[in-house]
Design a protein around this ligand. Structure first.
Ligand code: BGC
Length: 727
């Protein structure tokens, strides 16, 4: 980023509203060009073109950040895109910055301008040594574009025949360029194209196309229609019990693509919108509906796939595939809760629950580096962490346990998976401020004085009316304080700081937890839930792990199923198998009746649902109020698949798999398991196979790494290479 700092911010002289605005600059270039670079960004989302050709492949650029403090600039090599007479165009639509919903929440968080705007600089180096810099400014033209309406939730309206008959000069305005920064995250790009699987005429008589996979992106379609016709594509994740197109769970999001036909044939896809969907419904469609005229384009951040898992149970393999699709669908520049309804926000809790799994499935180091910088930018002066990052809810003086802890858990996972110490250093002050915030809201080691989401969507007491009811909230909050202080203490040690005082506070809180919520190694009857026992075990709070684990195992086996929500679920299988109850852990994993992971698989899910029963056995829905079919949170079970079923574990003292611990847990209900993770050290693999009562293991250690194999209580040290064991 350099010449853009000398460019001027420009906006439409008319109110841009929810329209696309296209800024343009014409120029003649006659000499031989050595290289040319376009630096560009926008308030809104932009598409830049030179001579009608799209610049770069970044969809929804410049991505979503805490705009009032951080706005990414992209630099594109555009050498070769220019001729003699040139036109540079930058189209801008509201996107996350200026869409109505966000406008309502943003209020004063707008960068002093809720309208769209752009800034750019084109630097051309000629063969004769001359450098020419063309910047955005008052000489740029501005006209309304063919996307005549576009907002994040409602979708867009495209009018191919639209031509603004009053183009005008762009209006220059003053605005701090200090918020500009070079792109920090991954770009979002088109990743896959899915063919239409089936054309369905529903019982209501509607024409619906099934792409066979719930996903995030948009549809490319061929259309002619009749002049003046308003063709409408609606998006949905599921059909209802009768087989009709179902959009109630999108709440206020219209999620439509509207094409105003001009009687000519077009192949069209949106420039500025995305949807979460598996099905589309066509209305006012006078063309013959053919499958080949519709393609779903999957769009997500450009992360490299690193993790694979497979076993002898096809249902578990489908679950794993659904987890991968959950990540693809919700890693669109920020980690979102869901991609379809009027939310699609960077919920902190969801991100921390899934971050470990995410970092095994894909290389998410760059993705989280950017998002964590936004988290720090949005942290309040008094240390609290807003519920969503970027914070579109406005200032937030409340931090919820297990949500705000993204501030410690996510950077720590970047350290574990990638040995990224920079993120730890960058996060240290933010972690400290957050822990101080908790301490100010605690009394005698118990975090009692804040509002919390609790064990969100658990089965101990939550309901559509109150999803947070269940496990005692101060128990959850205190457990998270203990866990987050442990992470901060380790971070301080790695940064060379003295953590003795913090560890003493942590000890005090552990004692308080045991005193308030436990008795003789067990969660007291009035607080007894699976999640309570899971936290006491997994965060190392109990002083009698065998007793707490027995209590947890009894709580599971007595009812025969899990009851955990967002807080307990990620650690449930770990808490069981780490304490000798591997068979119970596998029983939970392999159960397919409600509630369980495989219930949604049995019901035909292609992504992870928000609720254990988003769709019930009889086809009815949990509720319309909050029912996403693409919520990755419960997909966090994949870290148990990698780490325990396949047994690939990180050794904290040598992160990023420099030293690996292989400790697979077998179960008679599976005949084989195999997993691999493409780590910073190279490919790590583990596989086991059971035949005639004998189990064979094979572990692959990359060059430069070492490993400890733990089988049947026996530890063996191994070096790089492929190693076989049997039992
Ligand atoms: C989101 C969740 C989020 C929650 C807060 C919901 O509306 O979809 O995933 O964590 O609110 O509890």
């Amino acid at each position: 980023m350099k010449n853009i700092l000398n460019a001027q911010w420009i906006k439409s002289p008319k109110s841009s509203g929810n329209r696309e605005v296209v800024f343009s600059k014409s120029f003649v270039s006659e000499k031989e060009i050595i290289n040319a670079t376009l630096e560009v960004t926008a308030l809104g989302v932009y598409v830049a073109k030179i001579n009608g050709q799209r610049v770069g492949d970044f969809i929804l650029a410049p991505g979503w950040t805490t705009y009032r403090k951080r706005l990414q600039v992209d630099s594109y090599d555009v050498t070769g895109m220019m001729g003699k007479n040139n036109i540079l165009e930058v189209g801008v639509a509201p996107g996350w910055k200026a869409s109505e919903y966000f406008g309502r929440h943003n209020g004063d968080l707008h960068l002093g301008n809720s309208e769209t705007a752009a800034i750019f600089a084109l630097t051309i180096n000629y063969a004769d040594g001359e450098t020419r810099i063309l910047t955005s400014g008052g000489d740029c033209m501005c006209e309304n574009g063919k996307t005549v309406h576009s907002t994040v939730y409602d979708g867009y309206i495209y009018d191919p025949a639209y031509k603004d008959i009053f183009p005008a000069k762009a209006q220059v305005f003053e605005k701090d360029r200090g918020v500009l920064l070079d792109r920090q995250g991954e770009k979002v790009i088109e990743q896959e194209r899915l063919e239409a699987k089936e054309i369905i005429i529903t019982p209501k008589g509607e024409t619906v196309i099934d792409f066979g996979q719930n996903m995030t992106g948009y549809v490319e379609f061929r259309i002619k229609g009749n002049k003046g016709e308003r063709a409408v594509i609606s998006h949905a994740e599921v059909l209802d019990a009768e087989g009709n197109f179902y959009t109630d769970n999108l709440r206020s999001a219209k999620a439509q693509a509207v094409f105003l036909c001009d009687g000519k044939e077009h192949i069209h896809k949106p420039d500025y919108n995305f949807y979460g969907f598996r099905y589309i419904r066509l209305e006012n469609w006078s063309d013959e509906v053919k499958k080949e005229n519709f393609t779903a384009i999957v769009v997500h951040s450009d992360m490299k796939r690193t993790g694979y898992f497979e076993c002898s149970d096809e249902r578990v393999n489908k679950l794993f595939s659904n987890i991968i699709w959950g990540q693809k669908s919700n890693f669109l520049d920020v980690p979102t809760d869901c991609p379809q309804r009027d939310e699609r926000l960077g919920w902190t809790g969801d991100a921390q629950v899934f971050v470990k799994t995410a970092s095994y499935n894909y290389d998410v180091e760059r993705f989280f580096t950017k998002w964590l910088a936004d988290l720090r930018a949005d942290q309040t002066d008094w240390g609290s962490i807003p519920h969503v990052i970027p914070n579109v809810f406005g200032m937030d003086d409340n931090s919820s346990a297990a949500w705000a802890d993204a501030a410690t858990i996510c950077p720590w996972q970047m350290y574990l998976t990638y040995a990224n110490t920079e993120i730890l250093k960058d996060s240290l002050e933010s972690m400290k401020k957050y822990i101080e915030y908790i301490e100010e809201h605690s009394y005698d080691g118990i975090w009692s004085n804040s509002w919390h989401f609790g064990d969100w969507l658990n089965l101990d007491g939550s309901s559509p009316e109150d999803c947070s009811k269940g496990t005692e909230k101060s128990l959850i909050a205190t457990a998270y304080y203990i866990y987050s202080t442990e992470i901060l203490a380790k971070t301080m040690a790695l940064c060379g700081e003295d953590n003795a005082e913090l560890l003493a506070k942590r000890e005090n809180s552990i004692k308080a937890f045991r005193r308030e919520f436990m008795s003789e190694g067990r969660i007291k009857p009035e607080f007894e839930t699976q999640t309570a026992a899971v936290l006491a075990l997994h965060f190392g709070i109990t002083d009698n792990a065998p007793e707490t684990a027995k209590q947890l195992n009894d709580l599971v086996t007595e009812c025969g199923h899990l009851k955990t929500g967002f807080v307990g679920t990620p650690y449930l299988l770990h808490a069981l198998s780490d304490n000798g109850y591997t068979e119970t852990a596998y029983s939970l994993l392999l159960r397919e009746e409600y509630p369980s992971w495989l219930f949604s698989v049995k019901m035909g899910a292609t992504t992870i649902w928000e609720h254990w029963d988003s769709i019930r056995e009889d086809g009815t829905m949990w509720s319309t109020s909050m029912n996403s079919f693409n919520h990755y949170a419960y997909g966090s079970v994949a870290d148990w698949l990698y780490g325990d079923a396949a047994g690939i574990k990180i050794d904290e003292s040598k992160p990023a798999f420099e030293h690996i611990v292989f400790a697979p847990l077998t179960d008679g209900r599976l005949t084989y398991v195999k997993a691999s993770i493409d780590t910073r050290k190279g490919l790590v693999k583990s596989r086991w196979k059971t035949e005639n009562g004998k189990t064979e293991y094979e572990f692959t250690v990359p060059e430069g790494a070492t490993a400890t194999v733990i089988l049947g209580g026996k530890e063996t040290e191994i070096g790089a290479g492929v190693h076989k064991f049997h039992e």
